[in-house]
Design a protein around this ligand. Structure first.
Ligand code: HEM
Length: 467
């Protein structure tokens, strides 16, 4: 039974669903208004021109910034001339204290070596080997939601739990013997402490100025490091006995640079465990949250996902991934409209030219999936939710460098196929178990850019058990 009136879902008869988002600005803001808006919600600072032109250059509070949205130029910047466009210091300032020198924050030779060593871990074969863990985590979530039949659930929180569940099982298989919750607690405390962006980092204050968030992070980091140290020692012993399970920790310990045969040090293994958790949980959780919101507003797509998920389940309830092409298309369309990483920033090491536009040395270049995915020259109906774009042969018509939820070039997300596989399975398991509807009194659902893109006032939906 539903205890709340539900907002009727829109049908395709009324035209496709167009989610509400901050409208682009028609005029540039003054410096203080701009800084205020950047703090509130950076995606509210984009202007009409960004969605209509392929290159927009200007002087800003952070120096000269060139926003590039032409797929051919994006390819040039991220692939052909990648060596001249280094990942901007911002990410490093914000993330490095928590992540150590894992793959996301490493640079230069250290990054190259780690990337070569880690790439095989995320090969199609290894990722396919995680289907059952991901499916099982989706099924656990489905059962949890079905038990809440008729109640209002915090969808964003539930999706975060599910993605942490997936990471816990795929990195560590099982947690610490004797205290099954210790690992979950360690991860949650770690994430709480490294989550928020400190404004001192955004504006480049030197590292010796103490950051409140970082001081809070220290005990959490220490606790996490101790838990992982214990797990590492246990795993090394299991490896020596030839009894290690197939998970990311075993793969990290066994990984070797294909050129030199060198393995990862314990410090590198730990830094990458933290990196996978930090880079992989909130991004995927937000993609799932937005997908459930979009489906609640598009009855035809929701019914199709439900039917596909029902048909893809075997007698034991386990899903066949290859039978979920429309569910996957829903995830891809969701990440077009709500890219979890809304912009990538790069710093030009040497002066360069993009046609008539000069890129001065040390200036910033921004490639913004948020902008490109809604660019009026690149998409029909850019603001409409239309999963069919990514279904079947229509998918082939999408230009490679116009769709960038995972970036491109040498620093492309290493977890891309891992997270698409995970999100497809989890979404399908949720669709099998419950139908989620938005209550009539829910505040407008709009995106807020905080590291990733999340619903500003959260997302609470009413769960109706399906089976
Ligand atoms: C929907 C989910 C995800 C999205 C949208 C996403 C997006 C991205 C993007 C855009 C980048 C490139 C950043 C840049 O070029 O500046 C990136 C890098 C990275 N991601 Fe993901 N990611 C997701 C899930 C994951 C998962 C599940 C993992 C690990 C298990 C992961 C690990 C990484 C790592 C290690 C890097 C750095 C790669 C490098 O610099 O060589 N991500 N991600």
């Amino acid at each position: 039974m539903l205890d709340m009136p539900s907002r009727p879902a829109r049908t395709t008869v009324a035209g496709p669903f167009r989610p509400r988002v901050p409208p682009p600005l028609t005029r540039p803001l003054g410096l203080f208004a701009f800084l205020k808006k950047v703090r509130e919600n950076p995606i509210a600072t984009w202007m009409d021109a960004h969605f209509e032109e392929f290159v927009v250059a200007g002087e800003t509070a952070m120096g000269r910034v060139t926003v590039v949205s032409d797929p051919a130029l994006v390819r040039y910047l991220l692939v052909e001339r990648a060596a001249n466009y280094r990942k901007d210091d911002l990410q490093k300032r914000v993330l490095a204290p928590g992540l150590g020198n894992g793959l996301l924050t490493a640079e230069g030779d250290e990054w190259r070596l780690q990337r070569r060593t880690l790439a095989p871990i995320f090969s199609a074969r290894h990722v396919a080997g995680f289907v059952s863990q991901m499916d099982a985590a989706g099924a656990r979530l489905g059962r949890r939601l079905a038990r809440r039949d008729g109640a209002t659930v915090d969808v964003a929180l539930e999706m975060t739990r599910a993605t942490l569940d997936v990471l816990e099982r795929t990195i560590f298989t099982q947690g610490l013997p004797g205290d099954p919750d210790a690992l979950g607690r360690a991860i949650t405390r770690l994430l709480e402490s490294i989550g928020p962006i400190d404004p001192l980092d955004v504006f480049g204050f030197p590292a010796f100025v103490p950051r409140l968030g970082r001081l809070r992070a220290r005990p959490a980091l220490r606790f996490f490091a101790e838990v992982v140290d214990t797990l590492l020692e246990q795993r090394k012993a299991a490896l020596a006995r030839g009894e290690a399970p197939h998970d990311l920790m075993t793969l990290l310990l066994a990984a070797q640079d294909p050129e030199t045969g060198r393995g990862l040090s314990d410090i590198e293994v730990k830094a990458n465990i933290v990196t996978f958790i930090a880079a992989g949980h909130e991004t995927t959780a937000n993609a799932l949250t937005w997908a459930l919101y979009c489906l609640s507003q598009d009855e035809a797509a929701r019914t199709r996902v439900e039917a596909e998920a029902d048909a893809a389940a075997g007698p034991d309830g386990a899903l066949r991934l290859d039978r979920l092409p429309f569910t996957k298309a829903v995830m891809e369309e969701t990440m077009r409209l709500f890219p979890p990483v809304p912009f990538l920033s790069r710093q030009a090491l040497r002066e360069d030219r993009l046609g008539r536009v000069k890129i001065p040395r040390n200036s910033t270049v921004i490639i913004a999936p948020w902008v490109m995915h809604r660019h009026r020259k690149l998409w029909d109906e850019p603001d409409a939710f239309m999963p069919e774009r990514f279904f079947g042969s229509a998918r082939d018509a999408i230009e490679r460098f116009a769709y960038l939820p995972f970036g491109a070039g040498p620093r492309i997300c290493i977890g891309q196929s891992f997270s698409v596989q995970e999100a497809t399975l989890v979404l399908a398991q949720v669709a099998r178990a419950v139908r989620l509807t938005l209550p009539a009194d829910h505040p407008p659902v709009t995106p807020l850019h905080r590291v990733t893109l999340r619903p500003k006032d959260g997302l609470r939906m009413v769960a109706q058990r399906r089976t």
